[in-house]
Design a protein around this ligand. Structure first.
Ligand SMILES: Nc1ncnc2c1ncn2[C@@H]1O[C@H](COP(=O)(O)OP(=O)(O)OP(=O)(O)O)[C@@H](O)[C@H]1O
Ligand SMILES: [Mg+2]
Length: 302
């Protein structure tokens, strides 16, 4: 069953001289109780998708369904806040520096239901324990913690509401490799123990292979390829996915929007396999069971 689905989701940002199509017809689905990854290079629209799901951006068209309910419209704010949490890349920007860890978590806990400090203490201690922190951090401020500890606090905060869906937007990219790998292990364990649905956003295919069961690859606001992560990783189909895999540890330089063709495949100017029909409508092809690619090279009829 899918806990969340988007249908032909479009988010355009209008600037002075141009329109950025941050999401240009995105269809994704999140299966309940597993980790789904969303991968693509910087600027492809990953954070925009997360923020649109959370209601921070209004789509110009398309739909978002949470447990079959249409949450595209603003009036669903309460439902979204109760059911979907997010952990961002920079934990220090996510916590109020004037609040102790206890106060930050207490505030989150009280959003929907007021609890006494005494009652909240147990909830908060338990959430911190789940991320392998102890009560020693209760009365510290974010600047008195390491980056890894602060990100653990953010993860604890995302767990405390017991939301069934948590989005992680590059949660380890501001951490060193060792700390990052501990956080990844922690997330895998939490996901399995609790059966929560995770959406894990990253530009790194090696990382999403470790943590996710299903992957979506995005480029310039469009999904290019999706399927079970082992198929997408071991048998990447789209020339872009291949490039992304090779460049796993590099940040690929984005093309300017002016380089993107109006019709056909947006990857065409960078693609070494381009053919004439790449300038025409791009068809979805199922190449192996459950593994789909939007690339005309795989179109048997052309
Ligand atoms: N509020 C905004 N106003 C105008 N343009 C925006 C806004 N937010 C994002 N964009 C543009 O939309 C595109 C997608 O941005 P987004 O932040 O979603 O990318 P991303 O995939 O998360 O990149 P990164 O890996 O660097 O975090 C970019 O071209 C960005 O400049
Ligand atoms: Mg981002």
């Amino acid at each position: 069953m899918n806990i969340l689905e988007t249908k032909d989701l479009k988010v355009y940002f209008h600037q002075k001289h141009q329109t950025v199509k941050a999401l240009d017809g995105v269809d994704v689905f999140l299966r309940k109780g597993i980790t789904t990854a969303l991968a693509g290079e910087s600027g492809c629209g990953k954070t925009t998708l997360a923020k649109t799901i959370l209601g921070f951006h209004s789509p110009c068209s398309g739909k978002i369904y949470f447990q079959k309910e249409d949450i595209t419209v603003k009036k669903n704010e309460r439902l979204i806040r109760k059911n979907i949490q997010i952990v961002f890349q920079n934990p220090f920007l996510s916590l109020d520096p004037r609040y102790t860890i206890f106060s930050s978590l207490y505030e989150t806990l009280n959003v929907f239901k007021r609890r006494s400090k005494k009652e909240a203490e147990n909830f908060i201690a338990q959430a911190l324990e789940e991320v392998e922190l102890n009560r020693g951090v209760f009365f510290r401020y974010p600047h008195q913690l390491s980056g890894g500890q602060t990100q653990r606090v953010c993860i604890a905060r995302s767990l405390i509401m017991r939301a069934p869906l948590i989005i992680f937007d590059e949660p380890t990219s501001s951490l060193d490799i060792t700390t990052a790998s501990k956080i990844i292990k922690l997330l895998s364990r939490l996901q399995q123990d609790k059966g929560i649905t995770f959406l894990f956003i990253s530009h790194n295919l090696k990382l999403i292979r470790k943590i996710s069961q299903v992957s979506f690859i995005m480029y310039h606001g469009k999904i290019f390829e999706y399927g079970p992560t082992d198929l997408v990783y071991n048998n990447p189909l789209h020339p872009y996915t291949k490039l992304l895999k090779e460049a796993s540890f590099l940040r690929l330089k984005s093309f300017q929007d002016s380089d993107i063709p109006q019709y056909g495949c947006p990857f065409l100017p960078r693609c070494s396999h381009r053919r004439q029909d790449c300038g025409r409508e791009v068809i979805r092809n199922e190449v192996e069971s459950g593994h789909f690619v939007f690339c005309n090279l795989y179109n048997k009829n052309s």
